[in-house]
Design a protein around this ligand. Structure first.
Ligand SMILES: Cc1cc2nc3c(=O)[nH]c(=O)nc-3n(C[C@H](O)[C@H](O)[C@H](O)COP(=O)(O)O)c2cc1C
Length: 218
């Protein structure tokens, strides 16, 4: 039972890292193995937009650390994606990471309907957790974090299992938000229990994300 968590803040001791570490603490207490990847420790070149991976499912960029992150994504049973807010949105590091997940997308044409279909080369469905933090903005700021996080999870064949939106860290660091810390630790325990139970996704929840953010024309 392995959980891969991705932190897109530059700090190993900031609010985002603390939130993920607390979640990991709970998951470990409940028997899960958790690997935390601090994205700033990895050389991640931006996506070139060449779209070669749409056909090959392989990235043409070979000379950075993203293949290591892809390996983690292949091996994990669940994902945690965490980002603070920079200028009203996700961080640049989070965006680079998400864009570089594009090789996981499986695009194919349904011969019967002649419509394009978007799946994932990840054959196993996995739960995904989204953690978003802000400084002085309130909850309204998190919609784009959830949208991008959901797009990424979707392409990894992962369903949005739970989300933690933590506003106002400028006024109080996460470590001092006792109720939030408690929720994160419990969330980690719940995810381990969810993985152990083998129960599937909550389809209504996934559908709600789909309806809110997809609006695709095939
Ligand atoms: C460059 C930069 C831009 C930021 N922009 C916003 C913002 O638009 N809205 C907001 O609420 N907080 C903003 N913040 C505050 C961070 O989201 C907040 O301090 C967060 O807790 C930082 O997480 P960290 O400690 O994990 O790095 C910004 C911080 C930085 C460094």
């Amino acid at each position: 039972m392995k959980i891969a968590a991705f932190v897109s803040s530059s700090s190993h001791h900031g609010n985002t890292a603390t939130a993920v570490q607390k979640f990991a603490e709970g998951a470990r207490q409940a028997g899960a193995e958790v690997d935390i990847y601090y994205l700033h420790d990895y050389d991640m070149k931006p996506c070139r937009g060449c779209r070669v991976c749409e056909k090959t499912n392989e990235c043409v960029i070979k000379n950075d650390d993203v293949p290591k992150l892809h390996q983690a994504l292949r091996e994990a049973d669940a994902y945690v994606l965490a980002t603070p807010t920079f200028y009203g949105d996700i961080t640049g590091a989070f965006k680079v990471f998400v864009d570089r997940c594009y090789p996981f997308v499986d695009i194919w044409k349904d011969e019967e309907t002649q419509k394009m279909r978007f799946g994932s080369v990840n054959k196993r469905r996995r739960p995904g957790v989204l953690i978003a933090l802000s400084g002085s903005h309130g909850d309204m700021v998190f919609d784009s974090h959830m949208k991008v996080g959901y797009f990424c999870l979707n392409d990894l064949n992962s369903y949005p299992w739970r989300e933690f939106c933590i506003p106002y860290t400028t006024w109080k660091p996460v470590a001092e938000m006792e109720d939030v810390v408690e929720k994160l630790i419990q969330g980690g325990k719940d995810l381990a229990a969810h993985l152990n139970s083998g129960e599937g996704e909550n389809l209504a929840k996934t559908q709600a994300y789909y309806e809110r953010y997809r609006e695709l024309k095939y």
